[in-house]
Design a protein around this ligand. Structure first.
Ligand code: HEC
Ligand code: HEC
Ligand code: HEC
Ligand code: HEC
Ligand code: HEC
Length: 494
């Protein structure tokens, strides 16, 4: 009488979702320890034991699906699930040894006439990855080599530029701004190198070692360019078994970005988002640069719009290549706060302003020390400005139109050997001051205005971010590219 019950149990165990077992081996047939095994596009991952064995139980496993395996240093492998196989063998092809500096970089931009074929090796990345191409084109990375501000401050005919004081040197600028260039001079960037921080460059990075010595950009990463006739693409996914993709953990880590977004020159942290992030709560919470700047749009369901081997994926597992910045809609507004309160005090009004860094993963404003932010506060009544009698004012470097006005300035200010400030990074001798707001921090300031006119007073505050100081912009024939990051106002009745 007990047999039917046992039979039923056996049937349940053999139903879809049964445990898949097998071995992962390398190109020489040797077992691979610690390989990541998963049912392609599903969320469960198991690691192989020292003898290369795995046992994967995933309720979604069904014939026709794929099991993939990945391990750093190997190309991703995979097999198709069949109901006749009980012991799988997954082989991981080897990554070609070394880095071949003669490798010709592949362009991002598809040729209009060219239909994507099956030549995986040299086809433009954007021919298939159309959404990603469009996102990247909107990002600063796509302009890194041709950005007119970069070029003006690299070798423009102006007293601020790097070349002005160092006609013979290259400053290592190309290592980050033009990493695919064969030489060190940004103006010599031709062909694909002119695409700046491009697809193929970023996806040839196997490992990043920021902060080791003074190496920056291309010199702070380990590139693995394949020899002629081969292709290899590094990425964050361990389940792309097309025979040329390799999983690299570093893609999901902040130190990947740090290769270019962290640099000290003569002890001064010129580019510092990485070390600021490390000191913030975001580092401890596992919220990386990618979590914010490459946050998925929540809609895309494929990483590629064309090409064999593409599958549907959960939108949240994909990322945006917009590399969100202050110009991305909502990005700034969600992360910062500006509030003003005001009250009457006899024939005066007292204004309190607060600027909060709520969700920026590092100091705010971020970026190169040429950048700065200004809080400009004003009060008016009866169509006339009220005079401030007590409170902070904006410094001379805010420019003629704002100098001396009520407000606060936030910047990392460098000084040169003669203590002149601000100094461009390439002539800096010391860090003069850093008034930016750290992650989670806030700045409060108080102002007293004389309210000597009839009617209610209106208090307004605006937060401006500029890409460079007005004086330098003028010297280089640029504008400051000022944006209004936030506004607030309040009315005080008499
Ligand atoms: C600055 C370096 C950088 C550039 C430039 C870049 N990528 Fe990426 N890419 C990354 C990183 C980092 C990730 C991983 C993001 C994550 O884990 O959230 C990624 C992920 C991907 C993925 C995996 C799918 C996904 O949504 O995460 C694909 C496909 C991809 N990139 C293709 C491209 C293409 C095509 C281009 C050029 C149009 C490009 N990348 C340019 C760094 C870069
Ligand atoms: C012929 C079309 C095609 C071209 C050209 C192409 N890709 Fe892809 N790529 C794909 C498909 C399809 C996938 C797999 C999609 C999936 O697994 O969902 C993919 C996957 C990827 C991944 C994920 C790999 C991983 O393990 O994380 C990256 C990164 C990537 N491509 C970058 C590039 C770059 C960089 C180029 C240009 C050098 C490029 N691709 C050219 C079609 C293409
Ligand atoms: C090869 C060097 C390199 C790597 C790697 C790199 N970046 Fe960048 N990034 C740059 C350069 C250079 C610029 C400035 C481009 C310009 O404005 O001309 C830049 C600009 C940016 C900007 C816009 C800044 C602005 O002023 O508008 C953001 C945001 C950004 N990067 C985020 C990231 C993130 C996140 C990562 C890691 C996933 C990353 N970057 C990896 C070199 C790099
Ligand atoms: C918690 C989310 C978050 C994290 C984590 C984060 N950032 Fe940011 N980042 C922001 C926001 C929001 C801004 C816009 C405010 C600003 O410009 O300072 C920003 C600004 C920037 C800018 C300047 C963009 C511009 O338009 O001026 C750069 C460059 C940058 N981040 C790089 C990085 C790097 C590199 C990392 C990792 C070490 C990182 N960020 C981590 C949210 C984040
Ligand atoms: C360690 C990598 C690295 C090196 C080396 C480097 N930069 Fe940058 N640069 C960046 C990054 C990352 C940004 C983006 C952050 C930002 O916009 O402030 C940037 C931004 C800039 C900007 C602001 C662009 C804008 O549109 O606001 C200028 C100007 C600039 N760099 C000039 C130079 C010059 C000149 C040199 C050489 C003397 C140089 N950089 C060397 C990484 C680097």
């Amino acid at each position: 009488m007990r047999r039917p019950a046992l039979l039923l149990l056996a049937l349940i165990l053999a139903a879809p979702g049964e445990t898949l077992r097998g071995t992962v081996v390398d190109a020489a047939g040797q077992p691979v320890d610690g390989a990541r095994v998963r049912l392609r596009a599903s969320q469960t991952v198991v690691l192989t034991t020292p003898d290369g064995r795995f046992a994967l139980a995933d309720p979604a496993a069904a014939p026709g699906g794929e099991i993939t395996a990945a391990r750093a240093g190997h190309i991703i492998g995979g097999v198709t699930i069949k109901d006749t196989v009980f012991d799988y063998r997954i082989q991981l092809p080897a990554i070609p040894a070394g880095d071949d500096a003669t490798y010709p970089w592949v362009t991002a931009f598809p040729d209009d006439d060219q239909a994507p074929g099956t030549d995986f090796g040299r086809e433009p990345c954007g021919a298939c990855h159309r959404r990603i191409l469009a996102e990247w084109q909107e990002s600063a990375h796509a302009r890194a080599a041709a950005n007119r501000r970069f070029l003006a401050f690299f070798d423009g005919e102006n007293r601020v530029s790097f070349k002005h004081g160092n006609p013979e040197a290259d400053g290592g600028c190309a290592t980050c701004h033009v990493p695919m260039a064969s030489g060190n001079h940004p103006r010599q960037a031709t062909g694909v190198a002119g695409e700046g921080v491009g697809c193929d460059f970023c996806h040839k990075i196997a490992e990043a070692r920021p902060g080791e010595g003074a190496a920056t950009g291309v010199r702070a990463v380990e590139l693995r360019r394949p020899p002629f006739g081969r292709q290899i693409i590094f990425g964050p996914f361990d389940d792309v078994p097309r025979g040329r993709d390799a999983f690299a953990q570093v893609f999901a880590e902040s130190r990947y970005c740090a290769a270019c977004h962290q640099a000290r020159v003569g002890g001064i942290a010129v580019y510092s988002e990485f070390e600021e992030w490390q000191a913030s709560r975001f580092a401890g919470d596992g919220i990386t640069c990618q979590s914010c700047h490459m946050r998925s749009d929540g809609r895309a369901t494929t990483m590629s719009d064309l090409g064999p081997g593409r599958i549907r994926r959960e939108p949240r597992t994909l990322s945006s290549h917009r590399f969100h910045d202050t110009l991305s809609p909502g990005f700034l507004a969600d992360a910062i706060g500006l509030t003003v309160t005001a009250r009457a005090d006899g024939d005066a009004i007292i204004v309190e302003a607060e600027v909060a860094n709520r969700g920026v993963g590092h100091h705010f404003p971020a970026g190169s020390p040429m950048r700065h932010m200004l809080l400009v506060v004003s009060a008016e009544a009866d169509d006339a400005a009220l005079p401030m009698t007590e409170g902070p004012t904006l410094p001379a470097w805010s420019g003629a139109s704002l100098e001396g006005r009520p407000g606060r300035a936030f910047a990392k200010l460098l000084a040169d050997g003669e203590r002149r400030q601000p100094s461009p990074p390439w002539r800096a001798a010391t860090l003069a001051s850093d008034t930016r707001i750290a992650a989670g921090g806030r700045d409060r300031s108080t102002y007293r205005f004389r309210h000597d006119r009839p009617g209610p007073a209106k208090v307004s505050a605006r937060l401006l971010i500029r890409r460079t100081f007005p004086e330098w912009a003028e010297a280089a024939d640029l504008d400051t590219a000022e944006i209004v990051a936030a506004r607030a106002s309040v009315v005080v009745q008499r």
